[in-house]
Structure formats: structure tokens, C-alpha cells
Ligand binder design. Structure first.
Ligand code: URA
Length: 193
């Protein structure tokens, strides 16, 4: 990952968003309506990180508002989280064509923005939704099927991977373990309180 020196000088989320909106570090920006930076409480103690925006997110400029987002909302509410009080973003801030997984060079190009978002928000807990977030935030070869539900720690932040809500839409049998993961996530969240 190459570092972007201008991000060091950027000390609030609004500035970071503005830099992100002007970004042309990969080709994705050419084919999207806009950048989906992320949303939520800028002082959230917990951040959820997905993969990349889909068509609905691209259209409205908000993360997780399509089918997977609606499922995430239900899971959050059932686990006792208010969406407005958490922070939600993605590894890639622009929608890949046809909703494909972001390519390595696209994810790498975007990763410094996520790192700075994390530094500015200073969450105590990071939840990786799916493989891509798990690989970028935990380790590159991680398999979500193997590491989901385990608690990792980096720089004083606890990191928990779980399945992406879109995976639950494809395979409802994963719901049970995701529910267990979210109960554990809520317990940890209450402890850091
Ligand atoms: N899937 C993601 O990973 N992120 C979104 O914002 C929407 C769907």
C-alpha cells in the first residue's frame, strides 16, 4: 500500500471526504455516479467495513442501503445497535462495474482512505463484513469461513470478522453463526462502553 502524504495533514472526516471525492487513484471513479465515503457517528466506538458499494449505494451515495444493507439494518437492530450511532463504510469507495469484487489494485488504491477514516474516528471495535474487509484489516490470506467470530487486535482496536450480509442472502444457513457473531460483537461493545 502506498501512503498518501496529504492524508496525514487531513484532520477531519469532512476534509478526508473532499479528498476522496477528488480521487482518481484507480479507474473505478470513471464509471460511477459518485463516491460512497461512509456514514454514521464520527465518534462511533464501532465501525462496520464492507466490500464496495452496489448500484443502490452508488445511486444514493450511501453505504449499505440495498438488499444487503436492509439485512444489515435488521441484524444491527436485532443485536441492539442503532445505525446512526455506528459508522459504516467499505474497503472500496466506488462501485466496481457489475458489482464485481474490487481488484487488488483498486482495493490497494482506496485503502489509505479507510486507514485515515479509522484514525480519525478511533473506534474501539472494527467489524469486517466479508472476505475483502477481513483480508485487508486482519491478514491478506485470511478466509472468513475460518476466522469469523474470532477476536483479533491491532493498535488497541478489536477486530471481528463475520460473513457479509450478501452471503446470507445467498445462503440462509449462515444466519445462525452471524447471529452468534453479532451477539459477541454487542457484548464486546457493551464492555468497552
Ligand atoms: N455491499 C457492500 O459491501 N457495501 C455496500 O455498501 C453495499 C453492499
Amino acid at each position: 500500500m502506498d501512503w498518501l502524504p496529504q492524508l496525514d495533514r487531513c484532520d477531519d472526516l469532512k476534509q478526508l471526504r473532499d479528498i476522496c471525492l477528488r480521487c482518481r487513484r484507480c479507474g473505478l471513479r470513471e464509471n460511477v455516479r459518485g463516491v460512497v465515503f461512509g456514514e454514521g457517528d464520527p465518534q462511533a466506538k464501532i465501525m462496520f467495513v464492507g466490500e464496495a458499494p452496489g448500484a443502490d449505494e452508488d445511486r444514493l451515495g450511501r453505504p449499505f442501503i440495498g438488499a444487503a444493507g436492509q439485512l444489515l439494518d435488521k441484524i444491527l437492530a436485532a443485536a441492539g445497535f442503532e445505525r446512526e450511532k455506528v459508522y459504516i463504510t467499505n474497503i472500496a469507495k466506488c462501485r466496481p462495474p457489475g458489482n464485481r469484487v474490487p481488484k487488488k489494485e483498486e482495493a490497494e488504491a482506496c485503502f489509505p482512505y479507510l486507514i485515515r477514516q479509522i484514525e480519525l474516528i478511533q473506534p474501539r471495535l472494527l467489524v469486517c463484513l466479508g472476505t475483502l474487509a477481513t483480508q485487508y484489516l486482519i491478514y491478506r490470506e485470511a478466509k472468513v469461513t475460518v476466522v469469523r467470530g474470532q477476536v483479533f487486535e491491532k493498535g488497541g482496536i478489536k477486530i471481528i470478522p463475520t460473513y457479509h450480509p450478501a452471503a446470507l442472502l445467498r445462503d440462509a444457513s449462515k444466519k445462525k453463526v452471524v447471529w452468534q457473531d453479532f451477539q459477541q460483537i454487542k457484548k464486546l461493545f457493551d464492555q468497552i462502553g
